[in-house]
Design a protein around this ligand. Structure first.
Ligand SMILES: Cc1cc2nc3c(=O)[nH]c(=O)nc-3n(C[C@H](O)[C@H](O)[C@H](O)COP(=O)(O)OP(=O)(O)OC[C@H]3O[C@@H](n4cnc5c(N)ncnc54)[C@H](O)[C@@H]3O)c2cc1C
Length: 388
């Protein structure tokens, strides 16, 4: 293999698109294979903390995101019933000054579209579902559902919670249903004008066993969004989401503050998603295959950092390939794992516990992280879970 191997990224989700864009900018021949025939603007929002915006800067889309997103001054946590403030976490100018980039909330579809557009379109292949991967030692053979094949030097599994590459490395194992669901709805802010209530730019309403996170997904504040966390003992639908209803929302948030009731009153469509997790994996890479994002550390979304971890992974992986030299890809992959495992596992744990920013705390360890500046830890000779 010469210095710049041919790399296949499996999956063009937020992690895969970040990996593809960063690899292509670093000069690697990189093909991105996505199973979906096309992407649609799914009704959902996403937080992008300063830790992610620093990666967006390298991809070259930070300014576009700053223009398209909402810039909350604070993350507020409030008691769901009484409305009492439990935390006021400064963002806005404070985040820019102290964490090195903005904290924004955006429409997930808009973000994804921008990230996918930043890929070399001639090396982006839709409708390509990977069904088999064979690491032959000196190259990897990919087989797709349409019967086509490809041969590449290295493969990045960015194929989400049911990753085909994870299965190849570790065998078949369904993700763990956490016992929680998330409802997601986008509301027209126009409708909210009928209420004499304050709809804050980023607020999480909490009670003992459930919550509702609410924020704008566009800079013009025309689209408001909520995403919940609600216990539901079983998920037997067999699909990644189902339709929910206003009635179900009213039941789930009975007794909640009038602001939450107004959001439910204004809800036109709402979907419900199972929240899936895995315990930290013992293996992130083997020979020419390596995992990132939900393929290796899916988590409950309660810190709003799942995609952030996938995007940080992508940036760290490219940094490690450059640092070690791609011809030493096994060392690069182990350096990557060494520098991501602890952080991703900690974020998984805090997300699982759902304690993030409920009360005042210093979020600098998450938002202040700069994947390009953090000193690299060297792998121990025989670190746990290391295949090399
Ligand atoms: C309700 C909810 C709210 C969330 N809110 C936030 C938030 O505010 N902030 C945040 O950072 N994170 C958030 N997350 C988490 C975030 O959505 C995920 O962590 C993130 O999408 C993971 O990105 P990924 O690229 O690893 O995987 P995915 O986004 O799942 O992408 C995987 C891609 O691979 C493709 N694929 C799968 N299998 C194959 C195959 N065999 N062949 C080819 N392609 C394949 C899929 O079609 C998909 O496009 C939230 C999650 C949920 C459920």
């Amino acid at each position: 293999m010469n210095n710049k191997p041919t790399i296949a990224v499996i999956g063009a989700g937020l992690g895969g698109a970040a990996a593809g864009a960063l690899l292509q900018r670093a000069g690697y021949t990189t093909k991105v294979y996505e199973q979906a025939p096309t992407f649609s603007r799914l009704g959902a929002g996403i937080h992008l903390g300063p830790n992610v915006m620093k990666v967006m800067r390298r991809i070259g889309i930070e300014e576009q995101l700053n223009s398209m997103g909402s810039h909350p001054d604070h993350w507020f946590s409030r008691d769901g019933m009484t409305g009492e403030y439990q935390s006021r976490i400064p963002l806005g100018e404070f985040a820019r000054q102290n964490y090195g980039a903005a904290y924004i909330t955006v429409h997930r579809g808009d973000l994804h579209e921008l990230m996918v557009a930043s890929l070399d379109q001639e090396k982006l292949y839709f409708d390509k579902r990977l069904v088999d991967v064979e690491d032959r030692g000196d190259k990897v053979v990919l087989t797709f559902a349409d019967g086509t094949t490809d041969e590449v030097d290295l493969v990045i599994g960015a194929d989400g919670v049911n990753s085909c590459i994870r299965e190849k490395l570790l065998g078949t194992e369904a993700p763990i249903y956490s016992g929680w669901v998330a409802h997601r709805a986008i509301i027209s802010a126009e409708k909210l004008k009928a209420y004499d209530l304050d709809f804050e730019a980023c607020v999480k309403w909490w009670s003992e066993d459930r919550h509702m996170m609410v924020y704008f997904v566009t800079g013009d504040e025309k689209e408001y969004y909520y995403v919940t966390g609600v216990p539901e003992p079983e998920w037997s639908h067999g699909t990644s989401f189902v339709e929910s209803s206003q009635q179900e929302m009213r039941q789930a948030f009975e007794g909640y503050h009038p602001t939450v009731q107004a959001l439910i009153d204004c809800t036109e469509t709402v979907t419900k998603w199972p929240l899936l997790e895995r315990n930290p994996l013992p293996l992130w890479h083997d020979n020419r295959l390596v995992l990132l994002g939900d393929a290796c550390h899916p988590m409950k979304p309660h810190m709003a950092q799942g995609a952030a971890m996938a995007i940080e992974d992508a940036a760290m992986l490219v940094r490690c390939l450059d640092e070690v030299g791609a011809e030493h890809y096994q060392q690069a992959f182990e350096l990557y794992r060494t520098n991501r495992f602890e952080r991703a596992s900690r974020v998984q744990k805090v997300s699982h516990d759902n304690t993030w920013l409920r009360y005042d705390e210093d979020p600098a360890w998450v938002f202040g992280y700069d994947v390009y500046e953090v000193p690299l830890k060297q792998p121990e000779a025989a670190s746990e879970g290391s295949p090399v």
